[in-house]
Design a protein. Structure first.
Length: 245
């Protein structure tokens, strides 16, 4: 208990403060959530989603991983995305990176770190896609900052590729996609002015998909299985054999 005693004490103080501000605060929260935003950010402890956006409980749905990646085989991310879009009906989806990201820095280095190397391949793919621009930047610090931005831009693009977002974009109230970068050094969020609908227009001929209802295959076999029950026939045969005896 000693290790989390401070956490528990902080919780008591927080509860007391919230109750003093609004006696119905927790009762209202317990009735359900209707967040306007989905925050996809880095797991870095210096980048608290609610803290840097000024949002409170119930206002923002959150998913975090190393280097704020949108990976199409990540069932955790996809489950969060589908629930946020199709059930909660979020209006804005924010991919939020941050300067000084350790995951991005690790991906840019020619070193092995273990299991995480498989995850970092996704960032190395960003370097490959933007290699010309990346290598033109001679200053190491500026090159690292630019890679953080490019990574966010590609993750917004990856969002737009998912069938979850593509289907939502055809609906009456499509979500808006945004790419932001947080600067730990001054606390400011920078809007990269990238949007999923604009990005999708450039790659629609490759990634655009539509849900289809499969029509019956005329060439498919019409065989529906045996019209009799072999098990029942076997029982009947055995019964008839016994009666003959």
């Amino acid at each position: 208990m000693a290790g989390i005693s401070k956490i528990l004490e902080n919780n008591k103080q927080w509860v007391a403060t919230k109750n003093a501000e609004d006696p119905q605060f927790f009762k209202n929260l317990a009735n359900g959530q209707k967040p306007k935003y989905l925050f996809i950010g880095c797991s870095d402890s210096r980048v608290p989603a609610s803290g840097i956006t000024g949002t409170g409980p119930g206002e923002m749905f959150v998913h975090r991983n190393i280097a704020n990646l949108v990976v199409h085989s990540d069932m955790n991310l996809l489950s969060v995305l589908q629930y946020a879009v199709e059930v909660l009906g979020v209006q804005d989806i924010l991919v939020v990176g941050h300067y000084g990201c350790g995951g991005v820095a690790a991906a840019a280095a020619n070193k092995q770190y273990g299991l995480i190397d498989n995850w970092l391949v996704n960032i190395r793919d960003v370097i490959r896609l933007h290699e010309a621009e990346y290598l033109r930047i001679k200053d190491d610090g500026q090159r690292a900052r630019r890679l953080v931005e490019l990574n966010v831009m590609e993750q917004v693009r990856n969002l737009a590729k998912t069938n979850i977002i593509q289907n939502a974009m055809r609906g009456d109230n499509p979500p808006r996609l945004h790419g932001l970068v947080y600067d730990i050094a001054d606390g400011v969020l920078k809007d990269l002015d990238v949007h999923g609908d604009d990005m999708m227009a450039d790659m629609e001929h490759i990634y655009a998909t539509e849900a289809v209802t499969k029509a019956p295959d005329k060439d498919a076999s019409s065989y529906e299985g045996p019209k009799h029950d072999p098990a029942k026939e076997l029982v009947a045969e055995k019964k008839g054999a016994v009666e003959k005896k």
